[in-house]
Design a protein around this ligand. Sequence first.
Ligand SMILES: *Cc1c(COP(=O)(O)O)cnc(C)c1O
Length: 430
Amino acid sequence: MKITNSERMFEQACRLMPGGVNSPVRAFRAVEMTPRFIKMAKGSKIYDVDDNEYIDFVGSWGPMILGHARDEVVEAVCRAAKLGTSYGAPTGAETELAQHIVDAVPCAEMVRLVNSGTEAVMSAVRAARGYTGRDLIVKFEGCYHGHSDGLLVKAGSGLLTENVPTSAGVPAAFAAATLTADFNDEKSVREIFAEYGENIAALIVEPVAANMGVVPPKPGFLEFLRTITRKYGTVLIFDEVITGFRLALGGAQEYYNVTPDMATLGKIVGGGMPMAAYCGRKEIMSMVSPQGPVYQAGTLSGNPAAVAAGLATLNILKAHPEVYKAIDQKGAMLEAAYVKAAKDHCVEACVNRVGSLLSVFFTKGPVETYKDVTKSNLSMFRQYFASMMESGIYIAPSQFESMFVGAAHGDEDLKKTAAAIDRAFASLGE
Ligand SMILES: *Cc1c(COP(=O)(O)O)cnc(C)c1O
């Protein structure tokens, strides 16, 4: 068989980079395929080095809500780059972006710009610890908050405190400061707070879990987290790296009308450039250096080209609030296509969707917890994925990721995708 350009490039890359990639999920391991090497992307489409065209529902894992290479965004980046790509000194554009965030995001009174979601979460947790003078944090199993040591932790079997690193290289002592609860399970949270509440600095949650596939919060769950954290003086952090500027301009906190103490933003806020932010109540953010004693810094933080991309993106979203309704409707169309295909071809599947975030799980459902997610049939997912790629639909190569619908997806794209879903499910039903 003829070897493709992607296969050849992947082989070269594997000799020089661990797994051939700079971020693990890109390697297509879960689907046992070769990753497509990308040449370019425009609007809703992405093109690989073998000249295959795909309708892209990964969207760089969230940032490309306006589609790839949107003219206004690219032009803003080029304009900024021509004036110098980094100064290591403040600019007015950073303040403008901070103002955007404060205007849009309910909990945001002050903002710090950083370079990645990982950094935003790590820094927000540090600020919360500095503010409360406490060490422990609570996270939920199946929620992803980047790859900092203290957050690569899951529950061990047995006692509440027996938490274990999910990665080699994370000291057990770090894992011990992170307690793990079950998403959508109030009881698991109550038990942890009853035992350790006075020592918990922060509880961090993806308000819509979107890194175990999409799992919406049950009605009342976010309100419950607000209430219990307030009772114990714990800082409530919404990790809105995915949901921020996606579910609404003000993110999940606007969408669900629950205001945390702090939020982390990433992906969309950088408009496809490496940028993220953390923000929150003034008294907490005032703890951050040089105003306060919590140290956090960055050579490239607030980078002018990245800020330009973020500003251009947020300006468009702010000027066109109808985008949110439109992408919600597109999401609903895809959801309907999955439901119909599952029914028509007798495939056991369950679709979860919040606005423009959705995923299909190959299990009967409902999928409301991490445990439910793990019941998915992964070999069916692999078969479905291969069929979608064959049909020219680029989706995340893992059961545990979201599909990202954006402003650039047109009617034709959605029709093609619905037909591809039907074909994939027909083959699964055979
Ligand atoms: C992507 C993601 C992160 C990490 O962001 P990076 O920019 O990849 O470091 C953190 N939290 C959530 C919810 C994410 O989806």
